[in-house]
Design a protein around this ligand. Structure first.
Ligand code: 5GP
Ligand code: ZN
Length: 117
């Protein structure tokens, strides 16, 4: 059922503590941890504890938790002393999504081009 933990979901396993991760922050609704393959000096994933396949489905079902993710991204940026940072929600395989549990990439600590590749 939407929102319930999925046995085959990597990020549900991280939320449940079944797979280790370098966790930087936890709240009642979110977990933030370092990406295993960082693309910038700061590359943190902020995820909801509940399982939705992407950010849009999370926002439709649980708008408060979607807002929590944006707030947590700012806290992560503050803790890493980032003046500028980028939040990315890859949505769909054509955009690079590989894990089907909503997540925000928080990237910073280096210059970034716009538009992205
Ligand atoms: P996506 O490509 O779906 O937008 O982002 C998934 C992210 O999860 C990728 O940046 C990838 O490096 C990261 N990732 C995949 N497996 C693991 C893992 O086991 N641990 C952590 N910390 N990050 C992971
Ligand atoms: Zn999940």
């Amino acid at each position: 059922m939407a929102g319930e933990p999925q046995d085959d979901c990597l990020f549900c396993k991280i939320v449940g503590g079944h797979i280790p991760a370098t966790i930087v922050r936890e709240t009642e609704t979110t977990v933030a941890f370092r990406d295993i393959n960082p693309q910038a000096p700061t590359h943190v994933l902020v995820i909801p504890r509940v399982h939705y396949k992407n950010a849009a489905e999370l926002a439709a079902a649980e708008p408060g938790i979607a807002a929590d993710i944006l707030r947590e991204a700012q806290v992560v940026a503050d803790e890493d002393k980032l003046e500028s940072y980028r939040i990315v929600f890859n949505t769909g395989s054509g955009a690079g999504q590989t894990v089907w549990h909503a997540h925000a990439h928080v990237l910073g600590g280096r210059g970034m081009e716009w538009p992205p590749g």
